[in-house]
Design a protein. Sequence first.
Length: 241
Amino acid sequence: MEELSAGVIERGLQTRIVGRRVVYYPSVGSTNEVGKEAVRRGAEEGTVIVTEEQTTGKGRLKRAWLTPKGNIALSVLLYPPSERLYHLIMLSSLAVAHTIDKMTGLKSEIKWPNDVLIGSKKVCGILIENDIGNGFVHAVIGIGINVKLDPAASSDFLAAATSLNREAGREISRVDLVRTLLVELDRLYDTLISSPHELYEMWSHRLGTLGKKVRVTSGDEVTEGVAESVGEDGSLRLRLG
Ligand code: BTN
């Protein structure tokens, strides 16, 4: 299997902010937890924490996120203006979708708010943790990509998830995958700052959710309806029923 390291990811990377510093762990609990600790220690914006195995990875809605060896889990530290925090879900899911386009030629779609699917199966999950402490806005953007599936995974998991290797029918280079993703995140971060409406337009066009019947969970509340539109703040409007 291809060797991952901070050095091979950083070499000649043409980015402005994302990936200024890359920290690699062969295995770690959760890159988001390491990222939050790095923020507390004053890490610079654009720092990336990357691993190929998480032992206590976290998903949305307090779920666990499995990252068995050979996959990619990374967290990026961004310090945007507070009025742009909503746009981070757009930035991150679009960057992953563009990266999949470039790496595999396959068409992926975004499931609101920021899952990325290929052929209606989940290939990437994103967990963004924001904080505005003492007026200092910071976000830890955690991205987990299934590069190869664990053959021991449960049939329930395999019914809902897929991997890049499986969909592409070949082994995807994780070094190229991470480097392409960092370039896309960096490019779209520029758009987020200079032209957030453009980012919103690109994201909403890539959403596969609109027009479909969906079930949205918020805390203990579950709402069902048809997804009609999304707002500039990332919110989903449902026709109930
Ligand atoms: C979800 O779909 O529920 C979100 C999954 C987010 C997983 C990523 S992997 C990198 C980062 N570190 C974590 O512990 N979680 C996020």
